[in-house]
Ligand binder design. Structure first.
Ligand SMILES: [Zn+2]
Length: 154
């Protein structure tokens, strides 16, 4: 799928375009859970086109009556946009992102995309996903305490 505004190629699980910031899906209802990956089976190839708000379109090539198995890899049943707030204290401007259930900082993956920061965090079968607009700021410090990720910006 591509961005409606700037035509940048987007991943289906992104809420925003990393290039222009356009929202790619409505706030409510919550994002559709991602479809489970399908393992390719022996003797044939399978293609799945995932189209939002419709059933997946299975194109079975060459082999009839094959069983489609759920992939053994972990899938996340819920993708949640976490609550966050901008605070300012004596250290500077901070973004605080609430990640209830996340146990350790290793379960949080931060990835800078242009002037945005993608925050991914995992707990149980939930996945948190948020894009923070950093503008020209850098992350000076990150801390994770009491299920809150705090990023000091400057
Ligand atoms: Zn865009």
């Amino acid at each position: 799928m591509n961005c409606k505004r700037c035509n940048e190629e987007l991943r289906d699980d992104w809420n925003y375009c990393p290039k222009c910031g356009e929202r790619t899906r409505p706030m409510n209802p919550m994002p559709m859970p991602l479809m489970a990956n399908v393992t390719p089976f022996r003797g044939g190839a399978i293609k799945i086109n995932i189209v939002r708000n419709s059933s997946p379109n299975f194109q079975n090539q060459g082999v009839a009556n094959q069983r489609i198995e759920e992939a053994p890899m972990k899938t996340y049943s819920e993708v949640i946009e976490p609550e966050s707030e901008l605070v300012q204290d004596k250290e500077g401007v901070k973004v605080q992102i609430k990640l209830p259930g996340v146990k350790k900082i290793d379960d949080i993956i931060l990835k800078k995309v242009g002037e945005s920061l993608e925050v991914n965090a995992y707990t149980g079968d939930k996945r948190y996903f948020k894009i923070v607009n950093l503008e020209k700021l850098n992350i000076l410090k990150k801390e994770f305490t009491s299920e809150v990720l705090t990023l000091l910006l400057g």
